[in-house]
Design a protein around this ligand. Structure first.
Ligand code: HEC
Length: 183
């Protein structure tokens, strides 16, 4: 092979590689992530978490303490459905276009882990385990919001509608859970 031929072969090879990599880059993402994270929260994560949280622990009103543990098959199913929504939402937060940094990845994976534990607890109809799973899940929501929700950043100018405060019974779940861990 003469020098000239060799050089043009190299050039051809380089051109082919360039063409391949640019095709690779132009390949459109198979995912449609046009729904902003806010919508995923409002319509998937939040309703899922609430379906689960509403099914463990107890609420106290004028009539006294009332257990939230489901008493019907539909009640158990609703709790399990909610847990699955949360678990799979963790995966959706990791899609290209939504994923941010290493901490986001860690917390999204934790959300999936918490959702799966919540599902297992509901399947086992174990209300104490559900309570603990719900509290763990709550901590994951809060940790992520503290880091990524702009309105919650220290020194942030209040803008738009900040996250609503958590209703008392969820706060109570969280506190009871943390107290239990200390002992
Ligand atoms: C991996 C991070 C992450 C996790 C985990 C997470 N969130 Fe969020 N959430 C966000 C971000 C970011 C926003 C703000 C989005 C924006 O304003 O654009 C948000 C906003 C929200 C909102 C406000 C929606 C509105 O209309 O203002 C609710 C409600 C919410 N999350 C519920 C939850 C619940 C419940 C959980 C746990 C079960 C949870 N989130 C877990 C990142 C997360």
């Amino acid at each position: 092979m003469n020098m000239r031929k060799e050089v043009s072969l190299w050039a051809l090879g380089a051109a082919a590689i360039l063409l391949l990599t640019s095709c690779e880059r132009a390949k459109p993402s198979p995912y449609d992530t046009s729904l902003p994270v806010l919508e995923v929260m409002d319509h998937l994560v939040d309703p899922g978490a609430w379906a689960f949280w509403r099914a463990s622990g107890e609420v106290t009103d004028e009539a006294g303490a009332k257990s939230l543990t489901p008493t019907t098959q539909e009640g158990w199913l609703a709790a399990e459905n909610g847990a699955v929504q949360v678990a799979e939402a963790g995966n959706l937060l990791l899609l290209p276009g939504r994923v941010r940094d290493a901490e986001w990845i860690r917390l999204s994976k934790k959300l999936t882990h918490d959702g799966l534990e919540a599902k297992a607890a509901a399947e086992a109809k174990d209300s104490a385990r559900m309570f603990a799973a719900g509290a763990e899940m709550f901590k994951t929501c809060t940790a992520c919001h503290q880091k990524y929700v702009a309105a919650l950043q220290p020194g942030a100018e209040p803008k738009g509608a900040p996250l609503p405060d958590w209703p008392a019974d969820v706060k109570q779940k969280q506190n009871q859970f943390l107290e239990g861990k200390k002992q």
